[in-house]
Design a protein around this ligand. Structure first.
Ligand code: HEC
Length: 130
């Protein structure tokens, strides 16, 4: 299903969006830092009260053979990833970032349709990879 939706995105006439990492950093501090930490290493103030530790978001590429896992991260944030709805303390931001009018590209070239906000968040997260 996911592959089908992503495949459909290929056929739509969206130009690739320019992503704004500074705007992404702002969204990150507003919606994500409380758990994942300002540095994104997983040590936000709320981490201590969660049943599962927030992921170190600076190690996403390292944990994925050196490539930023764009599809996984986008679908994780917007809630399309079915894993996200099964008991994870990670909130779903699908409603917050509902529109899917922005096309970005994964490192392997695969285009992904998402919202402007998530596109900017992805640019910020990519800039944090060590
Ligand atoms: C209430 C705490 C909380 C907030 C707020 C939060 N997260 Fe998370 N997040 C978690 C936890 C806990 C995990 C690890 C457990 C899991 O994967 O279900 C996680 C996992 C993730 C993952 C999965 C990483 C992987 O390896 O696939 C990504 C990506 C992520 N968060 C990004 C974000 C972004 C971006 C935001 C802000 C828009 C955000 N999170 C806000 C708690 C949070």
């Amino acid at each position: 299903m996911l592959r089908w939706m992503l495949g459909l995105a290929l056929a739509l006439p969206h130009p690739l969006a320019a992503q704004d990492a500074a705007r992404g950093a702002e969204l990150y501090s507003r919606h994500c830092a409380v758990c994942h930490g300002i540095e994104a290493t997983g040590r936000g103030p709320m981490a201590a009260v969660l049943t599962l530790a927030p992921t170190d978001l600076t190690a996403l590429s390292a944990g994925n053979g050196g490539r930023f896992p764009t599809v996984r991260v986008v679908t994780r944030i917007d809630g399309r990833d079915p894993l996200a709805s099964h008991g994870s303390p990670m909130p779903l931001f699908g409603q917050l970032y509902e529109r899917q009018d922005t096309m970005i590209q994964a490192p392997d070239g695969m285009p992904i349709l998402t919202s402007r906000e998530i596109a900017d968040l992805i640019a910020h997260l990519e800039s944090l990879q060590r």
